[in-house]
Design a protein around this ligand. Sequence first.
Ligand code: IPM
Ligand code: MG
Length: 360
Amino acid sequence: MNHNIAILPGDGIGPEIIAEAEKVLAGLQADFGLSATLEHAPIGGAGYEDSGTPLPDATLALAKTADAVLLGAVGGPQWEQLDRPLRPEQGLLGLRTELKLFSNLRPAVLFPQLAAASSLKPEVVSGLDLMIVRELTGGIYFGQPRGIRTRDDGQREGFNTLVYSQGEIERIGRSAFEIARKREHRLCSVDKANVLECSELWREVMNSLADDYPDVELSHMYVDNAAMQLVREPRQFDVIVTTNMFGDILSDAAAMLTGSIGMLPSASLDSTGKGMYEPIHGSAPDITGKGIANPLATILSVAMMLRYSLDEPALAERIERAVGKVLDNGLRTADIAAEGSNTVSTSEMGDAVLAALRNG
Ligand code: IPM
Ligand code: MG
């Protein structure tokens, strides 16, 4: 079956890391029977430069018809002064909404070769394998009303709305329970139910879902404690399910446990399994154009895409094995470099993964 893949490189290091992911896709096409058509479109700042909007109509149309979307990153200082609707991030948020990608999977897996690159002691992180399931199309990111207004007393105030419907909570809850079923059957729901009504409902709904998943052990944790536990004893977690903003924050922390945010892929799925795949790191303007960005998160995002949307699990494993082998051989981009490692550029890393793919 031929797969249509929309490629949205975006801004900053986006195009650099996407180029390496495309090498890997080309390798799979040439040698391992992957049949795919790749089409490119601008998003974020690149969309704005191209057609005055961070989510051009043609980009959205392409993403909607594709079987899967591979995205680099969006954003950069040159667009920060634009009106909010024109900023690069709105391109990404718009895609998530338009494609109804409510379930965001952010695995934090430690490659054993990188235990020393973590800011935590190797004995705390070795064997780490957790999955954060982040709600992606609701919560405070999208709640209305929102804005900045001037009060009667002349003070300006900014306001946002944290809102989740029962249906939204159930949908992400089921998604997380199903994932826990395929793993160690442990699900920790993270909320702030001691302060927020929205979290109170969240917790209630999660508890009611638990009846349908008796084989999964459900626990609850307040988000502040969860942040602490993630850096204290991260291996206590199997699957975490949480809201849009808590998930945004906790997934950055979890990423760092694995040595570098440059290692972690993500999947954003709709109810049919169609998805958008992207590294969880951003556009990294500070290192753009230097050829030192780590392409592995994007390459591993391709593996997630093959597994979750394109039904090619064997090819996904092939990529993951190739990445492991390259790390075994001591190759490191600057972000994960250690004493005695061979520090390579972005494109050298991509070439090495491609070579390892072919040899294994
Ligand atoms: C992420 C990013 C985005 C988010 C930004 C770029 C809008 O931080 O995917 O984690 O906050 O969701
Ligand atoms: Mg984030």
